[in-house]
Design a protein around this ligand. Structure first.
Ligand code: NI
Length: 251
């Protein structure tokens, strides 16, 4: 398996060595670590250099765009010469936490899309309660970068609209929650060729560990749940999502 979105730099309860080793022991071959805050950029670079199976994504999360400065563009361009930097992320729109700076979120989102296009890198998208604006901006401004809808939270209909554009759908721990009817429907109905696995650790811990801190090793519970929902084997979900991730992120 490949955990396509995991903030291992934010895990507090275990050491990084333990987190990485647990992942390997659970059959997770690669960990893709996005930055969220500008300060994460250095941490992500360090992790990608330290661990063979850790890859980095650079970018600023929509909730943190007040800390954006345009000189991050040059910084990210320079750092992304490192082959372990495989995407721009996580970037997008978040209207859940704070709606007071939507326009700034959009402006920085567009700048980072253009940066990804220029660098010819895929993009890990954060879209929380902003489906329409996220989709419209991507459609208007993205020119050639592969798109991953990280922690997808829309309906089956929205998933299908995204897939029509060639976007990938990444599902995490929410799909294991008993009351997550909508996410189970998405897991059941999208073509497997567009499915990716993730944990978004340390957040959104899957059942049976819900309520404790998440880690990439738990991505197997996401894969098991999707296999159960679709009536296929765990091995099939493992195989196809790993192939998909390698294709999207050029691994
Ligand atoms: Ni995230």
């Amino acid at each position: 398996m490949i955990d396509t979105h995991t903030h291992i730099n934010m895990i507090e309860g275990s050491s990084l060595n333990e987190v990485v080793q647990n992942a390997i022991n659970s059959g997770v071959e690669k960990l893709l670590v996005p930055s969220a805050y500008p300060k994460d950029i250095e941490e992500v670079m360090d992790l990608a250099e330290k661990y063979d199976n850790v890859y980095g994504m650079l970018g600023v999360h929509p909730s943190e765009v007040k800390d954006w400065t345009d000189n991050l563009i040059d910084k990210i361009k320079e750092l992304s010469k490192n082959p372990k930097i495989i995407a721009i992320g996580e970037i997008g729109l978040d209207y859940y936490w704070d709606k007071s700076f939507n326009d700034l979120q959009k402006e920085v989102f567009i700048k980072q899309i253009k940066l990804a296009n220029e660098l010819n890198l895929p993009i890990s998208i954060h879209d929380r309660e902003a489906h329409k604006d996220t989709f419209d901006i991507l459609k208007e401004h993205n020119n050639g970068s592969k798109i991953v809808m990280h922690c997808f939270s829309g309906s089956v209909e929205f998933a299908k609209e995204c897939i029509k554009e060639g976007y990938y759908i990444a599902l995490g721990g929410v799909v294991t929650f008993k009351n997550a009817v909508k996410m189970k429907e998405v897991a059941q109905n999208i073509p497997l060729e567009y499915l990716l696995l993730e944990t978004d650790a340390p957040y959104l811990t899957p059942v049976p560990f819900r309520g404790t801190e998440n880690q990439p090793a738990y991505v197997k519970y996401v894969a098991e749940e999707i296999a159960k929902i679709r009536g296929v084997s765990f091995e099939e979900i493992d195989k196809i999502t790993t192939e998909n991730a390698k294709k999207v992120f050029n691994l």
